[in-house]
Design a binder for this molecule. Structure first.
Ligand code: B3K
Ligand code: ZN
Length: 868
């Protein structure tokens, strides 16, 4: 099959030829052989005469009948892709189908599979077709009734979407539970769970006074780790009522935590299924970052009940309709829970590290991709995170009250429908009366715009002119770009830091001039405040101006941004020095500004840690013309050590003032204190002094929460200190039985910049806690190595590339979603020096020459494509 034959295009969209208003499913669960009996109520929607084509994959057809009459073999056919065609269907029919599936042999984590003996499903985007022949597309909405039948000794808990109708014991000793979901939904939101699970219950009274039962399920030994998830759920439900006026609609809301899961979680109607990583927390086993991630993912899936489920996507090209909007909603929820500026910094860091790179590489695509081969490959940071930035810009352009009106209109107008991104923008346009024609380009043009700003001051006229230019580089298939609407939130500051002007400039043309009168002095511009648009912006700041903004900007985001710019500039110089084999010296201006921030008593602890953190190696790579990972690492390590040396006493002092004696609390203040303390520890460890090693080892031994223990472990494991192996062994012995904690242990070792890491990773693949088929384990060890260990992955002899390519191939036979995602580590190959470029291309060619999944092939071939 040629590449083109596999391509699915938005332009080819046709409404469904059939409707399926109701479906009834009965599952007779058995790990080796599960029978699924379906009653599909179908009616023709297109008025045509064509056959009825149903999707299916890896199904065994056991029985098929129309209106109870078995179908003769010549009345239907199985397709090559695994689907089913009924040649001459009546206009309206009840199709009875029995399929047989083998959950225990299913390692793809799609359809119905087993995770630690628990039956669980994942249907988004196209997993339902692995359960039952069906119209597996999001614009066919059905009301589901499910009967789950299983041996109650092994599977006492039987769950599906909606409300529980009843449970009975069958004559043969099996238990049957019946669930009914009154809300029409597409196949991708279908879910079923069966297993021996424990539960934490609570309740929520909605704004109109209805009582909702809240239930979070996990394996029994994990039930003591569900409290934080429950509190997060209650906060999210409250926030969505107060902020968006959205109320929950079923009698119960269930969440189930499972160990084997491709994504973070899934918003199935009334029955969310989660990667255990985003549910389970106790201070001893989960870090502050885990606590925050759990709160935000729980909220994200809950918010989907409206932005995704009540109003869903017409087709998968509209994925960002639900994901971009819902990510924006969860980001704002998290910011409202505390540390707003720091949460924004984190979100922007994710966007700039991963999305900007994606947008500049061979896999670049718009927020609404026009085509795909495997939709699984399009759950990307562009669709999610850039999609969220686009919604954020709409909110900022319209203002919150109007944006909220647009959101209300969107939900009211489209409740119960499967709609498009255009419907969302139209609702915003109608609610605001604003013409959003040019704004729509954000959805269809790929690439990160570069805004070049410059200022001219006329002292005599007291006039400051700011010139802004935009240019978006070409991306695959899009050589020319039209200008975007770019909202630039800005202020002009005088030398005291006082605002001389402020506002949001709208850059809509390739070049514009903005004139500010009455400027008594040459102001310093603070541009793109709060990161008001997903663009790269350049302004020819002097080092003094950056130091000034770092200390005085009243926009916290831009204070941080100034620090990043200053450090990035210095680091790029050091990288050049490394390559030219010049002596490395600490820049005195940077050191002073950095020390100043470290001593700033008015700075909140978490903000201080963010401000002082050196730009990541990934971000520095993005800033380099040609990437040399070893020079980047050497330069960054030099700066880390030099700053630590210059400010050693202060770092120690701050470290000791941030100690907290009391019990662990995941409050924003306490998280901030721990963040700053552990930042100081990490800086001090760069000095390689026995006293600091002892400090870290002490923290490791007495730490009473995972945040402190892991921070100590990481700084020890990433330095060549004598305590390294005993500390790693102690951690392993202590946590061998906690799967999620072992993931952290794997990942810390896989990201170590010390020599010998690749051999250590290879050895760890044989560890009894490591299972390649478990996506969390594969990501913790191999994924971390490929994505978060530039030194080892980019070893100049190509050993890192070969290792990852071999693992990708092995994984591909088990789970194509995980392998395709991991192969993304090679997408930037053209940006490296000639030697690495050749070795990375060899790794991609090696994969291309194998028999691989459609998902992996799309990533590999697009990465290699000539025009990219
Ligand atoms: N909607 C799911 C993603 C499912 C991924 C399928 N490959 C999680 C989320 O974004 O909420
Ligand atoms: Zn989502």
């Amino acid at each position: 099959m040629s590449t083109d034959d596999r391509t699915i295009r938005l332009a080819d969209y046709r409404p469904p030829a059939w409707r399926m208003p109701r479906i009834e499913l009965t599952f007779e669960l058995d790990p080796e052989s599960t029978l699924v009996h379906g009653q599909l109520h179908l009616e023709r929607a297109d008025g045509g005469q064509g056959p009825l084509v149903l999707d299916g994959e890896a199904l065994e057809l056991v029985r098929i009948a129309i209106d109870d009459a078995p179908l003769s073999p010549d009345a239907y056919a199985l397709t090559e892709a695994g689907g089913l065609v009924i040649h001459q269907p009546p206009e309206r029919l009840t199709l009875s189908i029995t399929t047989r599936i083998r959950p225990s042999a299913n390692t793809s984590c799609m359809g119905l599979y087993l995770s630690n003996g628990i039956f669980t499903t994942q249907c988004e985007p196209e997993g339902f077709r692995r359960i039952m022949y069906s119209l597996d597309r999001p614009d066919v909405l059905s009301i589901y009734t499910t009967h789950v039948v299983a041996d109650p000794a092994r599977y006492p808990v039987l769950l599906s979407n909606g409300n529980l109708v009843g449970e009975t014991l069958l004559a043969d000793g099996r238990k049957q539970a019946t669930w009914h979901d009154p809300f029409p939904k597409p196949t991708y939101l279908y879910a079923l769970v069966a297993g021996d699970l424990g539960v934490l219950r609570d309740r929520f009274v909605t704004m109109s006074g209805r009582e909702v039962a809240l239930e979070i399920y996990a394996e029994h030994h994990n039930v003591d780790k569900l409290g934080h998830a429950m509190q997060s759920l209650i906060k999210a439900m409250t926030w969505d009522e107060e902020t968006y006026g959205r109320e929950y609609d079923l009698e119960r809301y269930m969440i189930v935590a499972v160990e084997d899961f491709n994504a973070g979680a899934m918003e199935n109607k009334g029955l969310n299924i989660f990667n255990a990583k985003y549910v389970l927390a106790r201070p001893e086993v989960a870090t502050d970052s885990d606590y925050e991630a759990i709160e935000s993912v729980i909220a994200h899936e809950y918010f989907h009940n409206w932005s995704g489920n009540r109003v869903t996507c017409r087709d998968w090209f509209q994925l960002s309709l639900k994901e971009g909007f819902t990510v924006f909603r969860d980001q704002e929820f998290s910011a409202d829970m505390g540390a707003r500026a720091c949460r924004r910094i984190e979100d922007v860091n994710v966007l700039r590290t991963w999305q900007f790179a994606e947008d500049a590489g061979p896999l670049a695509h718009p927020v609404q991709p026009p085509e795909y081969q495997a939709i699984d490959n399009f759950y990307t940071t562009t669709v999610y995170n850039k999609g969220a930035e686009v919604v954020r810009m709409l909110k900022n352009l319209l203002g919150w009250p109007t944006f909220r009106k647009g959101s209300d209109l969107y939900f009211a107008r489209h409740d119960g429908q499967a709609v498009t991104i255009e419907d969302f923008v139209k609702a915003m346009e109608d609610a605001s009366g604003r013409d959003l024609s040019q704004f729509r380009r954000w959805y269809v043009q790929a690439g990160t715009p570069r805004v070049t700003a410059s200022g001219a001051y006329d002292a005599e006229a007291q006039r400051y002119t700011l010139t802004l230019r935009q240019h978006t580089p070409p991306t695959p298939g899009q050589p020319e770009k039209a200008p975007f609407v770019i909202p630039i939130d800005m202020a002009l500051l005088d030398r005291e830091g006082k605002q001389l002007a402020e506002g949001v400039l709208e850059l809509t043309a390739a070049e514009q001039h903005f004139v500010f009168e009455g400027m008594p002095e040459r102001p310093v511009p603070s541009l793109l405040r709060g990161f008001s648009a997903p663009v790269r912006i350049d302004f020819p700041y002097t080092a003094e101006e950056l130091a000034f903004l770092m200390a005085r900007d009243d926009d916290d985001f831009n204070r941080w941004e100034a620090a990043q710019r200053l450090m990035t500039r210095v680091l790029l110089g050091l990288i050049d020095d490394v390559q030219a084999e010049r002596e490395l010296v600490l820049d005195p201006k940077l050191s002073t500004a950095w020390g100043h921030a470290l001593h700033d008593a008015k700075l909140d602890a978490r903000m201080k840690a963010d401000l002082l953190t050196l730009p990541s190696e990934a971000w520095l790579a993005d800033q380099c013309e040609v990437v040399d990972p070893h020079a980047i690492h050497t330069a960054r390590e030099f700066l880390r050590r030099a700053l630590a040396e210059a400010w050693e006493d202060s770092l120690l002092a701050v470290y000791h003032t941030q100690q907290e004696p009391g019990a662990y609390e995941p409050t924003p203040e306490a998280i901030g204190r721990r963040r700053l303390k552990n930042f100081c520890l990490n800086m001090l460890m760069a000095l390689d002094h026995d006293t600091h090693h002892a400090l870290a080892t002490h923290q490791f031994r007495v730490g009473h929460n995972m945040t402190d223990v892991l921070a100590a472990l990481q700084s020890i494991a990433h330095s060549a200190c004598a305590e390294r192996s005993s500390v790693l062994a102690a951690f392993e012995a202590r946590w061998a039985h906690e799967s999620l904690v072992m993931d952290k242990w794997f990942s810390i070792q896989a990201t170590s910049p010390l020599p010998g890491t690749l051999d250590e990773v290879k050895r760890l693949m044989g560890h009894r806690a490591f299972h390649l088929a478990n996506p969390n384990k594969a990501r913790a060890l191999i994924g971390s190595f490929a994505r978060a260990n530039p030194v080892a992955f980019h070893a100049p002899d190509g050993s890192g590339y070969r290792f990852v390519a071999e693992q990708v191939l092995k994984l591909d036979a088990l789970n194509a979603q995980v392998s395709a995602r991991m192969a993304g580590a090679f997408q930037q190959w053209r940006r490296f020096d000639p030697q690495r470029r050749g070795l990375m291309r060899d790794a991609l060619r090696f994969l291309a020459a194998q028999s691989i999944s459609v998902e992996l092939r799309e990533v590999v071939e697009k990465s290699l494509a000539e025009d990219a």
